[in-house]
Design a protein around this ligand. Structure first.
Ligand SMILES: [Zn+2]
Length: 307
């Protein structure tokens, strides 16, 4: 493997880079490079440790050591084939790029390539905005891909880009109409649906989508809560989804939820599947200022203590 192209800077799309690089070169958008350059120690450590067989190759290696980045377009000619990387500029594009093979008409469209799925668009703009998606869809549709590869799910073609464009225009129109009628955000969130697209996957995205569009139409920036990093000594009282979600208790009896998502540095166990109820832990986790974390506070470091 010589090149890895990052189409979307999310854990489930970049988590494999340390398996290939080095020696492979990782190609990212400038915004992604900037974000990776700011990674904290636990993130770099978890990236280096993700694949035990790579421990030796990644000793002292940082994610950007074998990275190259670009700002607008990049064209690769490999083995006589052309590969174009397309970034569509927008204030809130988090660095998503499309990969376009003009000779064969194949396009990896990442987040805007979904087929029959309600977009996971969030008020923190971590997946961009509906406005930014519409810009990308316009540029990518003009290339008329014959085969469309999405970030997740089944393959499509250019008609799926058209369908998502129509979808987003309708979603924005619905929120705009409610705002013009003077409805406050919580009412908009409750009322908003996309019943015209019944059968599409992930209808649970509606409230976050309504909230995001509401912010966009008011011209507001992303909703980002300040985070405090805390450390606690706890005992696991409940485990769900093979260690992904933990209920823990402190020595003074306080209970709270934790989540072991992508970037956790585990000490004393190989990974989260080895967690058991009754284990004593020292955990460092991230608590948002408003205390709201429906899935639990994200763990950064977790050490299993001897019982
Ligand atoms: Zn994903």
């Amino acid at each position: 493997m010589r090149f890895v192209i990052v189409t979307q800077n999310h854990g489930d799309h970049i988590g494999g880079t340390s398996l290939f690089s080095p020696p492979a070169t990782v190609i990212v958008h400038d915004r992604v490079a900037k974000e990776w350059a700011g990674w904290k120690g636990y993130q770099v450590k978890s990236w280096q440790r993700r694949f035990p067989e790579r421990a030796e190759a990644l000793r002292g290696v940082k994610p950007l050591d074998n990275g190259v980045s670009f700002s607008d377009r990049m064209t690769l000619h490999i083995g006589g084939k052309t590969i174009e990387l397309v970034y569509v500029d927008d204030t809130y594009n988090p660095g998503d790029v499309a990969v376009w093979l003009p000779e064969s008409g194949v396009m990896h469209a990442g987040f805007v390539g979904y087929r029959e799925r309600h977009p996971d668009i969030r008020p923190d703009y971590s997946h961009g905005t509906t406005f930014g998606m519409l810009k990308q869809l316009e540029v990518l549709s003009a290339l008329k891909p014959k085969v469309l590869v999405p970030a997740h799910g089944p393959l499509g073609d250019v008609t799926d880009l058209h369908a998502l464009t129509d979808y987003l225009l309708l979603a924005r129109q619905k929120v705009r109409t409610m705002m013009q009628a003077g409805m406050p955000l919580d009412a908009v969130e409750k009322r908003f649906d996309m019943r015209e697209y019944q059968g599409w996957d992930r209808a649970n995205h509606f409230p976050a989508m309504a909230d995001t569009i509401y912010r966009e139409l008011k011209g507001e920036g992303p909703d980002v809560e300040p985070i405090t990093e805390r450390t606690a000594h706890v005992i696991i009282s409940k485990i769900a989804e093979e260690g992904r979600f933990l209920t823990v208790q402190t020595e003074d009896g306080r209970q709270f939820q934790l989540r072991a998502a992508g970037d956790v540095v585990f000490e004393g166990i190989p990974d989260r599947s080895a967690l058991k109820t009754g284990m004593r832990l020292t955990v460092t986790y991230r608590e948002p200022a408003d205390g709201k974390a429906p899935l639990g506070f994200d763990i950064t470091e977790l050490t299993v203590e001897p019982n």
